[in-house]
Design a protein around this ligand. Structure first.
Ligand code: SF4
Length: 370
């Protein structure tokens, strides 16, 4: 078990300390599981105070992490904003590698820990900085917007960075600022296609995909409608377009959460990662959350045990790999100023080493015409 686990027992003190968390997760966590989770939650929260640390927990974390130890919870954009303004000495990223890199980019002087360096992302892994340079060579003068789900090196090649919550707005700002009718939006093909449906800007897309959301298809939605005709169906914009055309609402994880918490539908289906429903359930007690959903194997690498270990050891191998040079390079596109104010200035000049050509079979363009 985790470092120092010998002292981690389910005592009456631990039970009392963690009782408010138990109230939030009791419909999602069994009593037997809780006896294992509660001592870790109490100890992690003690360590956070001792070490001046905060935990940024993504919406796809399991409920014991999300409700038990997360100081700030939300989507990539919300967590990046919290990272930028926290006075804490240590940031523990309960999420995946690109999120920790983003935090490091925004907070180069802080220690950013990720509890398991293997927590990757199929989207971030789909494209390299060399790929982006090659694309820019092929589309000279066309601004590049990267989705936040990319490495710091890829962000450093871009003009602007977006999330699923603001992709349309950022694409339009990029086009307007560059005086271009086209924008390259990387790397999620489905997000790019879904943005293209909402703007007159022509979108050039890369064929990256989220391995969680690409697995949903139109048949899934039709079956859900047939089984639960009164359920409201919400989907993430990383899903295929055929899915989004059939659902009631499409939005980022935070937008889906806001939708459910404000409207409290009687039945809802969240076409996204499974922990979303578990985490919103505490704030929507009257809502019945129906499946299907898919698990993200990368997000699920983060556990209470390895969060505890990261805090105890402040271990080097758990630090974000985002070095200072990458942090400086990527700071421009990741800047959290409102897109409109950033647009007032010129886009960054595109410099760097000449592109090293890769095999053409590795360059997969998918034109997503508006
Ligand atoms: S859910 Fe998809 S986009 Fe998010 S970390 Fe997992 S693979 Fe990447």
């Amino acid at each position: 078990m985790a470092v120092g686990s010998a002292a981690l027992e389910f005592t009456p003190d631990v039970e009392a300390l963690t009782a408010p968390v138990w109230e939030k997760v009791r419909t999602r966590v069994t009593p037997i599981e809780w006896r294992l989770h509660a001592p870790l939650i109490a100890e992690i929260n003690r360590l956070k105070r001792e070490k001046k640390a905060v935990i940024l927990a993504h919406n796809y974390m399991t409920p014991e992490i999300f409700h038990g130890v997360g100081d700030f919870v939300g989507d990539s954009l919300g967590l990046a904003r919290e990272a930028a303004k926290t006075p804490a000495r240590i940031i523990v990223q309960a999420g995946v590698q690109f999120m920790a890199e983003t935090s490091k980019v925004l907070c180069p002087d802080k220690t950013v820990l990720i509890p398991d360096l293997r927590a990757g992302c199929s989207l971030a892994a789909s494209i390299t900085a060399a790929d982006v340079r090659l694309i820019k060579e092929r589309y000279p003068g066309v601004p590049v917007v990267t989705y936040v789900n990319t490495t710091a090196e890829v962000k450093a090649e871009a003009d602007l960075c977006c999330t699923s919550a603001n992709a349309v707005q950022v694409v339009e700002v990029a086009a307007r600022t560059a005086g271009s009718d086209r924008v390259i939006l990387l790397p999620d093909e489905f997000l790019a296609r879904n943005v293209a449906r909402q703007t007159s800007v022509r979108i050039v897309a890369w064929a990256g995909r989220c391995e969680v959301h690409e697995r949903f298809d139109a048949d899934d939605i039709r079956q859900v409608r047939e089984a639960w005709p009164n359920a409201e169906i919400l989907a993430h914009p990383e899903c295929p377009t055929e899915v989004l055309e059939l659902v009631d609402f499409a939005g980022s994880t935070s937008a889906m959460s806001d939708y459910v918490v404000k409207r409290q539908p009687r039945q809802v289906v969240l076409i996204t990662e499974c922990s979303m429903a578990d985490n919103i359930a505490a704030e929507a007690p009257a809502t019945e959350f129906l499946r299907p959903c898919n698990l993200c194997p990368h997000m699920k690498r983060i556990t209470l045990e390895n969060i505890h270990e990261a805090l105890v050891r402040e271990r080097l191998r758990g630090r974000s790999r985002a070095g200072d040079h990458r942090a400086r390079a990527a700071r421009g596109p990741t800047d959290d100023r409102p897109a409109a104010s950033r647009a007032a200035g010129p886009l960054r000049s595109r410099q760097g080493a000449p592109p090293r050509r890769r095999g053409a079979d590795l360059i997969r363009f998918a034109a997503a015409a508006a």
